[in-house]
Design a protein around this ligand. Structure first.
Ligand code: ADP
Ligand code: MG
Length: 601
């Protein structure tokens, strides 16, 4: 007789194995149970845990509830009311659909569910120990469902061992509760841990909920935004650069209100900060991305924390554009203060003061740029009211900067500029003195110009009078050849010229005087340095290396005309206040500060 080796595992073992995918720790139980409550249309939920959820997890809701038959069936594997066919799977609008959660939880814990649907007189109580046979009784209860999960992994020693301290498990559970609270502000939520009420949130708007959870001080560090295209809608908050975080913990991404993790989209937000953040700090964000469910697949991971998008690249671009725009409407001028109380910046990030409450005056701006836009800033809210249509990001940033009550008469251009130690440009503004670092100012101008050039047709280079050859190391030579198309876009005319040698026939017109000869090598060396520090896109790296090396330097004497033109150009950039490396470009000292220093007040 043949001895067969293969047999089908009994359900209770299969369920235990399957549970491992869905249920890792108390947090996963809380997430699954809360999602069931949301799917059941609950408006008021409570989560109670003991010992970080290791001893008890209880989720109570006022949703639809279940009758006896459904209540018992709900614990079977692949038992779901949410999809019936494969087609339904293409268009998921509920959190659950795999029908695994309750079966998995019941396989590895002692579970009691009390549930009553509105039509029933009493609640059904289903009790299951470690995936055994359900015991059913009846009891009084309000319509809705409560699920008690006790002694998680009591029958799976290996998994129980991996649970962390009460405190750690508590933090994970808290995170799960907080995510649901943030994505469902319209639902009242209570969270109790070891008899202590941690959260008691009433139904709110998103703004109200964010305030309840993060508090006023943190809310101050955030910028609200919302934007829609035909297929994507995005809203939420992103942190001001001054609200840099020590870790990625405060980065929330919700896809159709489901919390997901997606490195690509995170990066899209990160990229919008373009060096506004100091090294090692992370942006805060709370993004709500809504996309037609047919265009995404959330069934790629058992816990559904990941998603596949039909068109991830477009989404990347959309997110990064929206984030950039949100950041551009705020101005981050470092206002100089000499210590003393109340005036210093927050001390986080770059130490910039976000000047929402003291925008530059119309005259300030006009005196520098001669711009006569008509736009106003609501001083109470910091909202910008533009009287003209706003075409694109650059224009927007510019107009916002220039936005002010348009009362003063004709604009007066910056009639006085001084250069200090061939390094700084000083110019009076209505309410004080503005100081500009000439090198970083020019760097910012070139940087944006170059990025634009990469996107457009190359400029014709300015032929050099005497083309010259350049002998490079083999490595640098290979690098130049590799980057040749980019150099062309920058406005260089470079030709291979024998072994490790290139011929320079043309250079960009905006090169700093007298830097022709060495510029290529300087750019290459900086390029390599940046590349080592952190991998970034070729174009971004080259734009930075080029603008740093081609910009006028500290020590360059500038004519009055050059200074005025630099100021003009600077204030036409998207980010006139921060250089591509995150250093400040402009400082302002107010007349009050002078008065204070001279003892006039
Ligand atoms: P899924 O959510 O993927 O359908 P679950 O195992 O989480 O699978 O739940 C199984 C079924 O039990 C759900 O489809 C739903 O019909 C029912 N159910 C679970 N929890 C609740 C609840 N809190 N209120 C009402 N029905 C629920
Ligand atoms: Mg579920």
């Amino acid at each position: 007789m043949i001895q067969h080796k293969i047999h089908i595992l009994p359900d209770h073992i299969a369920n235990k194995i399957a549970a491992g995918e869905v249920i890792q720790r108390p947090e996963s139980v809380v997430k699954e149970l809360l999602e069931n409550s949301l799917d059941a249309g609950s408006k008021d939920t409570a989560v109670v845990i003991k010992d970080g959820g290791k001893k008890l997890i209880q989720v109570v809701d006022d949703g639809t509830g279940m009758d006896e038959q459904d209540a018992v069936a709900s614990f079977l594997r692949h038992a779901t009311s949410k999809i019936a066919s494969y087609e339904d799977l293409e268009e998921i609008t509920t959190y659950g659909f795999r029908g695994e959660a309750l079966a998995s939880i019941a396989a590895v814990a002692q579970v009691t569910m009390k549930t009553r649907c509105i039509d029933d007189e009493a609640a059904v109580v289903v009790h299951i120990d470690g995936g055994g046979t359900p015991r059913v009784t009846r009891e009084g209860r309000e319509p809705g469902t409560s699920v008690f999960v006790q002694n998680l992994f009591y029958n799976v020693a290996a998994r129980r061992k991996f649970l962390k301290s009460t405190n750690t498990e508590f933090r994970h559970v808290y995170d799960a509760v907080q995510r649901v609270a943030l994505s469902h502000p319209e639902i009242a939520m209570r969270f109790v841990s070891d008899d202590e009420t941690i959260l008691d949130l009433k139904a709110e708007t998103l703004q109200g909920r964010v305030l309840d959870i993060f508090g006023e001080r943190q809310l101050d560090g955030m910028i609200w935004f919302e934007e829609k295209s035909e297929v994507i809608s995005l809203h939420g908050y992103i942190g001001k650069p001054t609200f840099g975080q020590k870790s990625r913990a405060n980065q929330y991404l919700f896809l159709n209100r489901r919390y997901i993790v997606n490195r690509n989209i995170n990066h899209a937000v990160f990229s919008a900060y373009e060096n506004l953040l100091v090294k090692g700090s992370f942006p805060f964000f709370l993004l709500f991305l809504d996309i037609d469910p047919r265009r995404v697949d959330v069934n790629v991971h058992p816990s559904k924390m990941e998603a596949k998008f039909d068109d991830e690249q477009n989404i990347y671009r959309f997110v990064s554009t929206v984030a950039k725009k949100a950041l551009a409407v705020r101005e981050f001028v470092p206002a100089l203060s000499f210590g003393g109380e109340g005036t210093s910046s927050s001390g986080i990030g770059l130490g910039f003061t976000d000047r929402q409450h003291s925008w530059p005056s119309a005259a300030d701006i006009r005196s520098i740029t001669g711009f006569e836009g008509s736009a106003t800033i609501d001083r109470a809210t910091g909202e910008i009211i533009l009287s003209k249509s706003v075409p694109d990001g650059t224009q927007l940033a510019r107009q916002l900067l220039l936005a002010q009550e348009d009362t003063a008469a004709s604009a007066e251009r910056a009639h006085v500029v001084w250069q200090l130690h061939n390094k700084y440009i000083l110019t009076p503004i209505e309410n004080g003195l503005m100081i500009i670092d000439q090198h970083v100012a020019h760097e910012r101008v070139l940087y944006e110009r170059v990025l634009e050039r990469f996107d457009n047709t190359p400029r014709s280079p300015q032929q050099v009078l005497f083309p010259f050859t350049l002998e490079l190391t083999a490595g640098d030579h290979a690098l130049v050849i590799e980057l040749l198309p980019y150099f062309e876009k920058l406005g260089f005319a470079i030709k291979p010229f024998g072994k490790n040698t290139v011929m320079i026939e043309g250079v960009p017109p905006d090169l700093r005087q007298g830097s022709n000869e060495k510029i290529i090598e300087e750019i290459l060396s900086l390029y390599k340095e940046y590349h080592q520090e952190s991998p970034m896109e070729v174009r971004d790296n080259l734009a930075k290396s080029f603008s740093c090396k081609a910009a006028i330097k500290a020590g360059d004497k500038l004519s009055e005309q050059q200074m005025k033109s630099l100021i003009d150009q600077l204030f036409s950039t998207k980010m006139p206040f921060v250089c591509p490396h995150g250093r400040p470009i402009v400082l302002k000292i107010s007349t009050e500060e002078f008065d204070r220093r001279f003892g006039r007040t």
